[in-house]
Design a protein around this ligand. Sequence first.
Ligand code: FEO
Ligand code: CA
Ligand code: CA
Length: 742
Amino acid sequence: MTTLLDFNDENSNTSPNPTFDSVLQARLSRRGLLRGGAATAGTSLLGGLALAGCGGGDDNPAATPAPVATETLLSFAAVAKNRLDAVTVPPGYTASVLYALGDPLTAATPAYKNDGTDTGFDNRAGDHHDGIEWFGLGADGKPSASAVANGLLAMNHEATTDERLSSFFLHANGGTSTLPRPAAEVDKEVAIHGVSVVEVKNTGGKWATVPASAFNFRLTALSTNVQINGPARGNALMVTKYSPDGTQARGTLNNCGTGKTPWGTFLTGEENWAGYFFRNAADDTARNNDKSVASLKRYGRNAAAASRHGWETGGADDRYARWNNSKLGASTDGRDDYRNELNTFGYIVELDAYDKTRAARKRTALGRFAHESAAFGNPVAGQPLAVYMGDDSRGEYIYKFVSAASWLAADANPADRVTTGDKYLDSGKLYVARFNSDGKGDWVELSVGNPAIAAYAGYKFADQADVLVNARLAADAVGATKMDRPEWCSTNVANGEIYFTLTNNSNRAVNPSGSGQMSPDSANPRVYTDLRSGTTTQNGNPNGHILRLKEAAAGSAALAFSWDVYAFGAESGAAPGSVNLSSLTADQDFSSPDGLVFSPSTGILWIQTDDGAYTDVTNCMMLAALPGQVGDGAKKTLAYTKADGSALTVDTYVGKAPGADKLKRFLVGARESEITGLCETPDGKAMFINIQHPGEGTKMADIADPAKYTSQWPSNAGHGAGKRPRSATIVITKNDGGRIGS
Ligand code: FEO
Ligand code: CA
Ligand code: CA
């Protein structure tokens, strides 16, 4: 979600652990001065307009030999920044809408009317499509790693477009924006969250979903088929009225980034779940201000703070009561209320996309925070597996999980995928990253035996499960580096280096003041002002950057790494010495990188944005990159002047500037959408991505007047009834049958 809403931008890290100090005066990036240069020669303004019906190409791409011998990656014409209400791709490419909010997942489900009267979302696509992964199906209908014409798409449905509590596009008249919320509205809103799995097929060159497929299913925020795994299973922290033995959870929520395991299962990260819950004003007192209050505050749930939708007011039934996390019962352990319910959210959840009968697992060994994607380091037989993860809130951390079990190549095709997940993801070590000013860094184990954690004054950890459930507090204790909102991470298949998007941080400041503000440091070195529409200023690091790290010789289990910044987001006209440090041109410039995926087929790094800073000039976008490696650039010293006149310098490490042939804008999304999630068929010829929340700035008061919707995508692209904007999955193909990005 963009900065139009607060829930994606939590700011609960007020821990005093140090950031590198360095500070001076912000360099102003005056966008007014930057205008005028606009489009460059290689830019195609409208590219091949989305859904233009360019049939082109082959009737059966699956049978077409790859033109790899003659292909040049990134040879397409860059797409110009634009604010069209369309998805624009380069000439020679076609983007088609495949699967939008409300589309049926069973043969019996009626087509989506898209007028606010639809129901039955347990059998329809959810809202705010996000991370997405491909699971191939062979001609025999069984899992296949090589299938290219038939497969399952597993994807997240992160949230919903809302205003004053109500997901107004879901309700006929915009819904109820005061408390209490009607049960029928709550039921719809809960059900459009979670995950969906949908079969897709290429028939005669045209991709479509298979609504009658027995593989299709939804996991929602109310689903019962979820269990708690790993060290926190059965722990006192997990006891709820729903699961007095602390082994079960109900549903998954605010699912953002994804991952795919080496054994072929789907990983989904629970991100901004905390905002959906409510605690009574007197709850801190009811808890005797015990350590659970410190935990709740650190994870962003203060007593009396309004919940995002007011679901707790839907009625007396347990499915509404569970959203109130106050201590209400008389029990000592919480088996008669939902005081511990928040401890059951905030995980990487694993599910078998091929088998809806198997319970999803919340993998507590990987820690509890605002999860984004989960990226495996390249697996090496006989070595442990590493899983890299970010915690997306201002000033939160980067983590690594290292499995206790060593990788067995035969597990790439196991008889039982779910128990293989148990083997690798239920026991291991969790680490948090510290980035140093010399371009090195280290991984600090979050262990209850670590003296800094055992002696931490901010929270008394009972056991290792407590460390994992309260990983943010444990990471505070060891002085982890506060980052500019870690979003997705992905592993460069070519060399094993790990890339992280740091989307932006409004709390990075030259003169930190107030709760949570932090100084620039080596890994988060920029503080500047971005002028939106020539009037509104955004301070801190509004454009974000992409950091990468290289593990030391020990590989996945390494305790040390080196790092640099692959690219700094910036407007191409921004000051080159302090803001546009990567010398981005008009064909390359971007702001607020979020989605980040290396293609296993082409090796291209795909960068997607979820921006609120450059959106006065362009809708969010996707770029293709062919990056080098850690250390291919140079050290750069940024100089700032503090309010008291003292000078401070920050050393950072800037990767080699991407030349015109190494970074290029490939796609611009519909109005007010973010671009997120990416997967491909194994031949690289069909790419699936998600267009999330088009038209999210529409006013609820304008619900009856489609002319006032800020977007009418994808109905204006020919997909479905009604004009209310809908999040959707699109498929991108190349008209000559080639690979995407060539
Ligand atoms: Fe759901 Fe951090 O983006
Ligand atoms: Ca985001
Ligand atoms: Ca994201």
